[in-house]
Design a protein. Structure first.
Length: 204
């Protein structure tokens, strides 16, 4: 009995995953277009009713993609923080992480920048906003903690610097989506980091 329950749970999880992957794929294949449940069901060769057996609404499907982004990105950020105690290096790795995640997940990128959420519930936009707020808070915390260890502590524009780093990341994602996923968010990143690095020199 337990084995049967485990199998059913696994199958349900697999179907959830398949639906989310299909939604992300449709968003990638049709940039700028609104994806309907009928279109999604057709891509999976199932009925719309079958979709709603796993998700009560399309909004919940989008939330699933946002949750995947949160779990993946912030899980990897925790690993960076555990393995690297240099503030500047931490910021660089986190920015590269976000850009790399975006490059690998074009459809999800359109959700994170909001273009895929046109006509959807405001709750989804708030959820995405929380994702970026959390990212900015992480930058701020890294810089603040470093500042407190420096001999000449205080006076550095921590909040403004954290916001600038976030703005750069968001801007790269916006360009990626706006280009129809042709301009990778990682394009020219190494050279651009050399321009950004001096801004963080006072935290070195």
């Amino acid at each position: 009995m337990t084995e049967k329950k485990s199998t059913r749970a696994l199958n349900k999880q697999s179907r959830h995953q398949a639906i989310l992957e299909a939604l992300a794929t449709q968003l990638e294949l049709h940039p700028g277009q609104r994806i309907t449940t009928a279109q999604l069901a057709e891509s999976l060769e199932v009925s719309e009713a079958a979709l709603y057996r796993h998700f009560p609404s399309k909004a919940r499907m989008f939330e699933g993609l946002i949750e995947f982004s949160e779990d993946t990105v912030f899980g990897l950020i925790r690993r960076i923080l555990d393995e690297d105690d240099n503030a500047v290096s931490r910021c660089e790795k986190i920015m590269a992480l976000i850009l790399g995640f975006s490059a690998k997940n074009p459809g999800i990128s359109s959700v994170l920048v909001g273009t895929a959420l046109t006509g959807e519930t405001e709750r989804l936009r708030q959820r995405v906003s929380q994702f970026f707020d959390r990212l900015e808070t992480q930058f701020r915390q890294i810089l603040r903690e470093r500042e407190l260890t420096l001999t000449q502590a205080g006076g550095r524009p921590v909040n403004e610097t954290a916001n600038l780093l976030l703005s750069i990341v968001e801007g790269r994602l916006q360009q990626f989506v706006r280009s129809g996923f042709r301009q990778s968010p990682l394009q020219g990143w190494e050279q651009q980091w050399q321009l950004i690095n001096p801004i963080l020199r006072t935290y070195a």
